[in-house]
Design a binder for this molecule. Structure first.
Ligand code: BES
Ligand code: MN
Ligand code: MN
Length: 462
């Protein structure tokens, strides 16, 4: 049996069971309580690579969670594909909104996934997508048709901004040397219209703290006479966008790479229904920067969003209090030429500037990352497109995504190699949200498509 389609058919139940086992381990990198589970997941990934036929599989220690590495070098004169993915997942909360427990995977049918989808945290982002590569590799080894060298690098800190990855990549240039980096950690348009992600946004993530009085106060005795840090934080945040939903931070847009009208027209050709978009999110209308379409707003334009805001009394009932402090976590998605360092500095300066004297503000930068765009006139893109065309029956469409994978720009700087983003997830798969899921169709299609990428990529390099 040397045909990938029949191999998938024959083994699909086992492929699903193995993924489910991996999903049962709660590898939440953001929460120290799950430290042992994160490490256990690294071990499970290691074992799966060994079983699939990888050589020199190792758990590479870093200052944070380990990187799992494995390789199959068949001939040094052939090209080398480096597969990158992550085995860590986002926290599951708010847990009460899950219809089944996040780490007890179940298969349920949905309108978009009539063949069933696996519901679990990390099902799509990124255990399911990463594991497709392990299974595709297993197929190529089992059938003796791996056409080039492969290296796997699966990390455990992606969801917290890959804090150890620069350290690791800088020390392992030779080990990670490759001709192309292959990543499935993005999405596609739909199950009938595949797409290849040609852009990712960068990120600057900050936390702000606003302090009013030095202690919580009775809101009757002091209310009206002192700065309420929550009121003030809300006002400051509201002022960060103007009436056109333009960000008001001075110089924020100075370096933004504007697209030409031709490029925008090309983008607008991708199938998209605003009605379906609104319906899927149960919203009367969309909202965003004036002068740009929904797809432009969420991909080629920079943004500023509050991700969390807290302070004061949020328990049951009412408590009359003026809090001493208010907090918010804010992300800014960046586009090419904006650097996270510059944007973080601009934010900090502006936020301090707009604070009234009656409060103190503190801005703490978290992680950041650079945006990334790939050309479509290279052989990796062409090979990927050929692979999708064969398995989906229609060519893929290039699509810029709004998400961020900061490591991609780092790879380009450090290893001088390009990444090809072959994602199989859907926007409706609810990554980072309650009830994350991954279609069985998508999982198996991914396993089917990946070996074809290898085949066409290697053929095109000859
Ligand atoms: N896989 C996502 C990024 C993604 C998803 C890109 C869908 C494009 C389409 C990744 O795991 C992620 O969540 N990245 C974070 C950034 C990171 C620094 C925490 C993000 O985009 O918020
Ligand atoms: Mn991911
Ligand atoms: Mn993620």
């Amino acid at each position: 049996m040397d045909n990938i389609k029949s191999y998938v058919k024959e083994n699909k139940d086992r492929f699903v069971t193995e993924l489910i086992d991996l999903l049962k381990i709660p590898s939440i990198s953001a929460d120290k309580n799950y430290k042992n589970d994160v490490i256990k997941t690294a071990d499970a990934v290691k074992t799966s690579l060994e079983k699939a036929g990888c050589d020199n599989v190792e758990i590479c220690e870093t200052p944070g969670y380990p990187v799992v590495y494995g390789e199959k070098i068949i001939d040094k004169s052939l090209p080398t594909v480096l597969v990158y993915g992550h085995y860590d997942v986002q926290p599951a909360d708010p847990i009460e909104l899950w219809t089944s427990p996040p780490f007890e995977p179940v298969i349920k049918k949905t309108e978009i996934h009539p063949e069933g989808a696996i519901f679990a945290r990390g099902a799509c982002d990124d255990k399911g997508q990463m594991f497709m590569h392990v299974k595709a590799f297993e197929y190529m080894i089992a059938n003796n048709n791996l056409p080039c060298n492969v290296k796997f690098m699966i990390e455990g800190e992606e969801e917290i901004g890959s804090p150890s990855l620069e350290w690791f990549v800088k020390r392992n240039h030779e080990k990670l040397a490759n001709d192309i980096i292959l990543i499935s950690d993005t999405g596609m348009i739909s199950n009938t219209q595949p797409s290849i992600t040609t852009g990712l946004r960068g990120l600057s993530y900050v936390e702000v703290e606003v302090t009013g009085p030095n202690r919580d106060l009775h809101s009757g005795l002091y209310g009206g006479a002192v700065a309420n840090p929550i009121n003030i934080l809300a006002k400051m945040i509201a002022s960060l966008h103007d009436e056109n939903n333009h960000i008001t931070i001075p110089q924020f847009y100075d370096k933004v790479l504007e697209l030409t009208n031709e490029e925008r027209a090309e983008m607008a050709k991708a199938p998209f229904s605003l009605d379906d978009y609104k319906k899927a999110l149960d919203m009367e209308d969309v909202y965003g920067e004036k002068g740009y379409t929904t797809n432009e707003r969420n991909s080629i334009r920079p943004t500023l969003d509050v991700n969390g805001i807290w302070g004061g009394y949020t328990g049951e009932g009412a408590k009359t209090v003026i809090a001493s402090k208010a907090f918010a976590k804010i992300s800014m998605r960046l586009v090419p030429n904006q650097t996270p360092k510059e944007i973080t500095e601009l934010f900090q300066k502006h936020f301090e500037n707009i604070a009234p004297k009656a409060v103190k503000v503190k801005v703490t930068p978290h992680h950041g990352g650079h945006a990334y765009v790939t050309p479509i006139d290279n052989i990796a893109y062409k090979a990927a497109n050929k692979a999708y065309t064969q398995t989906f029956g229609v060519p893929a469409i290039p699509q810029r995504s709004g998400g961020s994978i900061p490591i991609v720009a780092l790879f380009e700087n450090e290893l001088k190699s390009k990444s090809i983003l072959m994602g199989f997830g859907l926007d409706s798969d609810a990554i980072h949200s309650p009830n994350e899921h991954y279609g069985i169709f998508n999982y198996l299609k991914g396993i089917e498509t990946i070996p074809l990428f290898y085949k066409y990529y290697v053929a095109m390099t000859k």
